[in-house]
Design a binder for this molecule. Sequence first.
Ligand code: FES
Ligand code: FES
Length: 151
Amino acid sequence: MTKLTLNGRTYEVDADPEMPLLWAIRDHLNLTGTKYGCGIAQCGACTVHLDGQPVRSCQTRLGDVGEAKITTIEGISGPVAEAVRTAWRSLDVVQCGYCQSGQMMSAIGLLSENKTPSDADIDAAMDGNVCRCGTYQRIRAAIHDAARSLA
Ligand code: FES
Ligand code: FES
């Protein structure tokens, strides 16, 4: 059994500690907002926070999480998360939606560290999140919008 603290609750997961955290989240805890895209840390669809830092859950072993607090898209809260959510809605960022929970988790990670990101800061922070639908311009605009609302 592996004990996990996720979205403020404690869970016991009966799975191989070598298993990617992504499968514990999706298949054992039934939280399907976190997506599988590539499985090799190239697309960002599986992004969750460990102690507030964005990580790729497809490349994080269940057994390596330890005491770290996991947050998924279902559990985000607080002013930064709310600003991102509002900006995403008002700029109608989402197209098919598949990549967007990962995009939002990365954006929240960025704005939690940097309240006034430049275009270059945004490009650097969001570089590992791929969008097949090409919503990059709206994502960047929404991050600026969220930053303004947090100022
Ligand atoms: S599924 Fe994890 S980075 Fe693509
Ligand atoms: S919105 Fe479709 S993959 Fe990003």
